[in-house]
Design a protein around this ligand. Sequence first.
Ligand SMILES: C[S@@+](CC[C@H](N)C(=O)[O-])C[C@H]1O[C@@H](n2cnc3c(N)ncnc32)[C@H](O)[C@@H]1O
Length: 243
Amino acid sequence: MSSRLIYGFHAITAKLRQDPESLKEILVDADRQDARARELLKHAELQGVKLIFADSKRLDDLAGGGRHQGVVARIEGARKLAHLDDVLDTLEEPAFLLVLDGVTDPRNLGACLRVADAAGVHAVIAPKDKAAGLNDVAVKTACGAAETVPYVMVTNLARTLRELKEREIWVVGTAGEADKDLYAAEWPQATAWVMGAEGEGMRRLTRETCDQLVSIPMHGSVESLNVSVAAGVCLFEARRRRS
Ligand SMILES: C[S@@+](CC[C@H](N)C(=O)[O-])C[C@H]1O[C@@H](n2cnc3c(N)ncnc32)[C@H](O)[C@@H]1O
């Protein structure tokens, strides 16, 4: 069976909560004695997960130079994709979603997952075709967020956007040339934020399906932002306005 590593408290705690059976072992920096480490160890013990105390050099090697905060876990089994209905049916607050319309660079996908996690997004939605898959590069760039943010792949993105609208989720498309400035725009609480592909931006049908298009004002000479940066700006503005 395939196994993979995840790093850091947030990702491992989420895994312990959502899918403890997949955790094969947790390696903990033997020098970490703080409350956060003790809490994680207590949960892991309760779930019967094997604990290994290691020196920080071993953890550094496992993380390949990435951040690990003194905890690395080995997971078994294939990565599970989420189902949109499952995500939406279990929400206890207005939906907050990120939609990627054909982002093809796995590093951008990973960076979008990372920013989605940081902003508290409920799920990231992307089309199955002509888009980056959740490969090792994307997972590594996501810094643990590939394990914490539900990732939904759909066959027909425009149809999915219509389904979101039927559920009264407001679909906000983002494009540099949109007339409405993000900071002047208004939207309801339940939102899906749509980001376009690196080269072409959103596809025509995606753009036409959106309830509203907004742009992030640009103050320098470059024409557009990297998609993950634009996602961060929009999601954190939306997060700031959620009550
Ligand atoms: C590199 S940009 C694509 C640029 C593309 N030439 C276009 O016309 O949209 C990738 C995505 O980031 C988002 N983005 C980048 N800059 C933006 C801005 N100033 N305002 C709104 N969205 C932006 C949009 O979702 C865009 O589709």
